[in-house]
Design a protein around this ligand. Structure first.
Ligand SMILES: Nc1ncnc2c1ncn2[C@@H]1O[C@H](COP(=O)(O)OP(=O)(O)OP(=O)(O)O)[C@@H](O)[C@H]1O
Ligand SMILES: [Mg+2]
Length: 250
C-alpha cells in the first residue's frame, strides 16, 4: 500500500532572472515499510524534496499525499500536528538541543505529544537499551561523540513510532564505522517496526542499506535501482555504477 504519493511536484525559488527551478514535475510513490535513498549531485533538489514532504516549505505546483491526505493543503495548525504525530527527522548535524540531556532530548517528541510520564519513561528505557546508549542518558550533547549524538538523534526520531522518517544525509558527518552503525540502526527499525524511511545521501555505502535508490538530477528523477534479492555488496556496486554514470553525464 502506498504511504506517500507525489504528483507533478515543482518548486521554483525566487522569480524573474534570479529564479531557480529546484524540482521539475516530480512523480514518486513510496509504499508503507519501504526504505528509500535519494541520491544526486549537490543542488539536484534532494533537500528541497524533503522540505516539501515535511511541510516546512510549500510547492510551486503539484501535490503530496500521505495516507491519502494532501499535505500541501494543510493549514499551519494541521501541518504542525501532522509533523508532530507522523514524522520523524534525522539531520546531518544532529540538531540535538544543547541545554537538554540526552534523555531529555529523546523525550521531546513524546512530551510534545503529551504522553504520560510512565509511558515516556518506559519507552525511553527501551530505546536507550536498543541503541546501546543507556550510559549517555544524563550527559549533554557537548559531552558525547558525533556517532553517539547521531544515535541519540535516531532514538529521538524513532521514539514516537512515526509513519515516516525523513533523513537528510544522516551519515554525512560520520566516519565509516559510525555510518555503518547508524545505517544498521535505521535498517533495524525499518525491519522490526515497519517504519517507512526516506533518506538523502551522497554515500553509496549508506544507500546500499536501503531497498531502493532514486537518482535526482537538476530537479528530475532520472533513474532508480532496486535491491530486490541482491546481496548488499552487489547492490552497493550497482549504486556506485549508476552514481558514476550520473556524475559523468554532468
Ligand atoms: N531557499 C532557497 N532559495 C533559493 N534557492 C534555493 C533555496 N533552497 C535551495 N535553493 C536552490 O535550489 C536548488 C536545489 O537545492 P537543494 O538544497 O534541494 O539541493 P540538494 O540536492 O539538497 O544539494 P546538497 O547535496 O548540496 O545538499 C539549488 O540550486 C539551490 O541553490
Ligand atoms: Mg541538501
Amino acid at each position: 500500500m502506498s504511504l506517500l504519493r507525489i504528483n507533478g511536484l515543482s518548486k521554483v525559488y525566487g522569480n524573474g532572472k534570479a529564479c531557480t527551478q529546484a524540482l521539475k514535475q516530480v512523480d514518486m510513490e513510496i509504499d508503507k515499510g519501504d526504505f528509500v535513498a535519494i541520491m544526486g549531485a549537490s543542488g539536484s533538489g534532494k533537500s528541497t524534496l524533503l522540505n516539501l514532504i515535511s511541510t516546512i516549505d510549500k510547492p510551486t505546483h503539484g501535490d503530496i499525499w500521505i495516507n491519502n491526505i494532501n499535505i500541501t493543503k494543510l493549514n499551519h495548525a494541521k501541518a504542525d500536528s501532522f509533523r508532530r504525530n507522523q514524522l520523524g527527522f534525522i539531520f546531518q548535524d544532529f540538531k540535538l538541543l544543547d541545554s537538554l540531556t540526552i534523555l531529555e532530548n529523546i523525550a521531546v517528541p513524546l512530551i510534545i505529544q503529551k504522553r504520560n510520564k510512565e509511558q515516556i519513561e518506559n519507552r525511553i528505557a527501551e530505546i536507550l537499551d536498543t541503541l546501546s546508549i543507556s550510559k549517555l542518558r544524563d550527559k549533554y550533547p557537548y559531552q558525547i561523540s558525533g556517532g553517539e549524538k547521531q544515535r541519540a538523534a535516531c532514538a529521538r526520531a524513532f521514539i514516537s513510532d512515526p509513519e515516516l522518517i525523513l533523513a537528510d544525509e544522516p551519515t554525512g558527518s560520520l566516519d565509516s564505522n559510525n555510518a555503518h552503525n547508524i545505517m544498521e540502526i535505521m535498517k533495524g527499525f525499518n525491519e522490526k517496526s515497519k517504519v517507512t524511511i526516506l533518506m538523502v545521501t551522497h554515500d553509496p555505502m549508506s544507500a546500499s542499506y536501503c531497498k531502493r535508490v532514486i537518482f535526482l538530477k537538476d530537479g528530475n528523477i532520472v533513474n532508480f535501482v532496486e535491491k530486490e534479492n541482491n546481496a548488499q555488496n552487489v547492490f552497493y556496486k550497482e549504486i556506485v555504477e549508476h552514481n558514476t554514470k550520473l556524475q559523468q553525464a554532468i
